[in-house]
Design a binder for this molecule. Structure first.
Ligand code: AMP
Length: 190
């Protein structure tokens, strides 16, 4: 099985590119953000807890998303691998992922990182807000907090994956097709 981590700041185009990646490589797409939004829409206890954190641009507790990932790995069959989108987002999550995979003698195949400069993040998210209507895309303060959270808590993962030579950075500036082809060039190696 292949285990790809799709990495990058908010608004880098992870969700958009994930669609093409899962189709081409027969992967199951796991977006922790989308799973959390589903819980919120269904009004579950977990959704209620996650809602206020997400709406402030903060992360939900590590254990919550780690549990979601593990149960998706167990329940999904018939694919050649998984595409993790928006997970891991903290060092403890990355370590938990390694531990979950190691139980089955598996490991992260590669981290595909889509990079855009901070100056583009706001513009991209505002464009998405008009189309998708996500609550956490609506306010500049919340977007700024998500950018800060990304730099403080998520960016250290770059070093984590670089050390194990699993880090592959892709320029996220360009058309959807240009960025997609850069991603495919990396994934074709695995
Ligand atoms: P996303 O759809 O990936 O942008 O995620 C939307 C929001 O869900 C984030 O801003 C976080 O509040 C929460 N979230 C998603 N994935 C995680 C994660 N791996 N760890 C903690 N919080 C997360």
């Amino acid at each position: 099985m292949k285990y790809y981590v799709l990495f990058g700041p908010p608004g880098a185009g992870k969700g958009t590119q994930a669609t093409a990646m899962v189709e081409k490589y027969n992967l199951h797409h796991i977006s922790t953000g989308a799973l959390l939004r589903k819980e919120i829409a269904a009004g579950t206890e977990l959704g209620l807890q996650a809602k206020s954190l997400i709406e402030k641009g903060c992360l939900v507790p590590d254990e919550v998303v780690e549990g979601m990932i593990e149960s998706e790995f167990k329940s999904v069959k018939g694919v050649d691998g998984f595409l993790l989108d928006g997970f891991p987002r903290t060092l403890p999550q990355a370590e938990a992922l390694d531990a979950i995979l190691a139980k089955n003698a598996e490991e992260v195949t590669a981290t595909v990182s889509i990079m855009i400069p901070d100056a583009m993040i706001m513009e991209r998210i505002k464009g998405r807000a008009l189309k998708e209507g996500r609550a956490d895309d609506a306010s500049e303060d919340v977007i700024n907090n998500r950018i800060a959270t990304y730099h403080n808590q998520t960016e250290p993962l770059i070093e984590y994956y670089r050390k194990s030579e699993k880090y592959h950075e892709i320029d996220g500036i360009g058309t959807i097709e240009e960025v997609r082809d850069r991603i495919f060039n990396v994934m074709n190696k695995f």
